[in-house]
Unconditional design. Structure first.
Length: 291
């Protein structure tokens, strides 16, 4: 039986202070991959970070976006995933050369950046830490252990067909609860293989791991690919660059071309379009997108 595609499931241990989530990405993950020709190792790392972003966004229940970035000075320059509170995701990467070795080898000197960008009201939060760990899961666990009061563990897997992950989080315990549950539950999760995480439905996965535990599984929440780029947003960016900068590009190239790093959409502004950016404050760049 195949895992339910593009879905996140929450679950709860009834007799222990532990909650969890499982995510399976299918079409949404392949949509990310179809926009760029990523090397196999990079696909795996991106998929793991994408699954983790969905798990963390669902855990935080934020109104806005969660952005995870791994920035480096090695062959991998950037891994970035954005996931909204309603589980719409996009991801991209920058790299050079042939990729071999561990994540730490490929990133080299680097840092991990997590950004919480609220939709309205509150100010954005950004946390920056050095990379600790040899895998995406270890890097995130180190970050969570430093920034969160709740102990969190992650298991991640990805290939060219899909990405998946499981998160366990220890909640504040009460005297009546099973004090050894966290050690027992995480030890069982350590037996989980990547192919099981990718292929098994969440209900079957939890039965295999925790058939002696009382686990409540909640209804699935859909996950989708979505890129929020638009011609209007690109026009606003050009306006911020300033008329002199844009006129210089037009003089040299004849038009201004912008490619979205996430969905590879191409936006072209000819001299007439560019003039409209700086003359129409209400509806900039109203002419149609050219491909």
């Amino acid at each position: 039986m195949k895992a339910q595609p593009d879905a996140l499931h929450r679950f709860l241990f009834e007799n222990a202070a532990i909650r969890g989530e499982c995510v399976h990405l299918d079409h949404s993950w392949r949509t990310v991959l179809e926009h760029h020709d990523y090397p196999p190792l990079l696909r795996q790392l991106m998929g793991e970070l994408t699954a983790a972003a969905v798990l963390l966004a669902a855990t935080l229940k934020l109104e806005g976006s969660l952005i995870l970035q791994i920035q480096g000075k090695g062959m991998i320059k950037l891994l970035v995933v954005e996931c909204t509170g309603d589980l719409q995701l996009r991801a991209t990467a920058k790299w050079e050369g042939e990729l071999e070795g561990t994540l730490r080898d490929l990133v080299g000197e680097g840092r991990f950046v997590i950004t919480l960008d609220p939709k309205t009201g509150a100010q954005a939060y950004q946390g920056i830490v050095a990379l600790e760990g040899v895998s995406v899961a270890e890097i995130l666990q180190h970050y969570m252990s430093r920034s969160e009061q709740l102990e969190t563990r992650l298991w991640l897997a990805a290939d060219e067909h899909g990405a998946a992950g499981m998160l366990l989080q220890k909640l504040p315990e009460q005297e009546s609860q099973d004090a050894d549950a966290w050690k027992r539950v995480t030890k069982l999760a350590e037996t989980l293989r990547g192919e099981e995480l990718l292929q098994l439905p969440t209900a079957e996965l939890l039965r295999r791991l925790y058939h002696e535990e009382d686990v409540r599984l909640f209804e699935a929440q859909p996950v989708t690919f979505h890129c929020g780029c638009s011609r209007e947003k690109v026009a606003a960016m050009l306006k911020m660059l300033g008329r002199e900068e844009i006129e210089g590009i037009l003089l040299e190239q004849g038009s201004v071309e912008i490619h979205c790093e996430f969905c590879n959409h191409r936006y072209v502004f000819d001299p007439v379009d560019a003039a409209m950016v700086f003359t129409d404050p209400v509806s900039p760049a109203v002419s149609q997108t050219r491909h």
